[in-house]
Design a protein around this ligand. Structure first.
Ligand SMILES: Cc1cc2nc3c(=O)[nH]c(=O)nc-3n(C[C@H](O)[C@H](O)[C@H](O)COP(=O)(O)OP(=O)(O)OC[C@H]3O[C@@H](n4cnc5c(N)ncnc54)[C@H](O)[C@@H]3O)c2cc1C
Length: 326
């Protein structure tokens, strides 16, 4: 297939306009004089269709890559839905909006395993910088960042009852899951502004739009490497037309946990044996690419309530049951 070259050359080309891609596009474009191109396979963020909690959750399937796992031996050979957002803002446009950084001990463990600079103390300033916490700045929260974080505006009566039940069983109350002692029961803070989703597209990319060239519907195939150097990105647009965007400084691959290694491997960067088996010319042998994916299993359990009142959906607990409210 012939390849059209996009007019122009960019300092940075970013493959994937999701959570990380939007942040990087915004930050890189703050440096004056630099041209930044953001390539996103999905479309624009649709606003209200996804920004209203619960109503939006039903729409997410329309903005997803619709991936499934291989049959899982430990799960009765079922193929499990593996959702990733496919639009500007990526999975931050379709996720559950819970603002939980995770345990400090996990970051410290990554640091001990060799990931220098990823310990919790080193990362906390970045968390604070990105956050605008409803109750203002403190040791663990930021008060003036682009991402609004607030307590949920509506809490279903059954959610309160569930937490109260946990406390009755002796669990400690966690008033804020982003403070160090976060083991127990409580309600999550959410990435929302006045009850609506805040994602990377609205928080970061929207204010930076005049400074960033954005191309949606652009499926990245590979990084083009010449004499050991990344010189461009090959992608196709809606009609299937193949394009090349040339780059002066840097290509950033931020296409998510599955598609980033896929793009790297299609570019010839990865473990040598599988690349050779697929006939992909090896540019750089990096054994770790495409290996060791780790994720957490989550079991959402829906309890249907007999009584009608707003928000009577409970996404908590284990087992499968039908709860009848008296
Ligand atoms: C259903 C769901 C619920 C979640 N709930 C929460 C939550 O409540 N709280 C929380 O903190 N985290 C949650 N997460 C996790 C969080 O959203 C992700 O960890 C985070 O968004 C990942 O960011 P990313 O930049 O790595 O990838 P993404 O945000 O997924 O971005 C990748 C982007 O690259 C694009 N892309 C991929 N391949 C190509 C290609 N070949 N060419 C061009 N573009 C491409 C994609 O379309 C996408 O826009 C959830 C995730 C999911 C899927």
């Amino acid at each position: 297939m012939s390849r059209a070259t996009l007019a122009g050359e960019w300092d940075h080309v970013i493959a994937g306009g999701g959570t990380a891609g939007c942040v990087l596009a915004a930050r890189l474009s703050e440096q004056t004089g630099l041209r930044v191109l953001l390539l996103e396979a999905g479309g624009a963020y649709p606003g209200p269709a996804l920004s209203v909690p619960l109503a939006g959750m039903r729409q997410t399937v329309n903005y997803s890559w619709k991936y499934f796992t291989q049959p899982q031996a430990g799960l009765a050979q079922r193929r499990i839905s593996y959702p990733f957002g496919k639009l500007l803002g990526g999975s931050s446009s379709t996720n559950a909006m819970m603002y939980y950084r995770g345990s400090a001990a996990s970051y410290d463990r990554w640091e001990r395993l060799g990931c220098a600079g990823w310990d919790f103390t080193s990362l906390l300033p970045y968390f604070r910088k990105s956050e605008r916490w409803q109750h203002g700045s403190s040791e663990y929260h930021g008060g003036s960042g682009p991402v609004d974080v607030s307590e949920p505006r509506h809490v279903a009566p059954f959610s309160r009852a569930f937490v109260e039940g946990c406390l009755e069983r002796g669990m400690p109350l966690v008033p804020d899951f982003n403070l160090p002692a976060a083991e127990g029961a409580g309600l999550f803070a959410v990435m929302q502004r006045r009850g609506k989703r805040v994602n990377a597209a609205t928080a970061y990319l929207q204010p930076a739009r005049p400074r960033v060239d954005i191309k949606t519907g652009a499926l990245v195939h590979r990084v083009v490497i010449e004499r050991g150097r990344a010189v461009g990105v090959e992608f196709s647009i809606g009609s299937g037309e193949l394009c090349l965007a040339r780059v002066r400084r840097e290509v950033v691959v931020s296409a998510g946990a599955l598609n980033s290694p896929k793009i790297l491997m299609l570019s010839g960067i990865g473990p040598a044996a599988p690349l050779r088996a697929l006939g992909i010319p090896v540019q750089l042998v990096l054994e770790g690419v495409g290996q060791n994916l780790q994720d957490h299993l989550r079991i959402p359990v829906l309890y249907e309530c007999g009584r009608r009142s707003p928000g009577e959906m409970l996404l908590l607990g284990s087992g499968r049951a039908r709860l009848r409210a008296s």
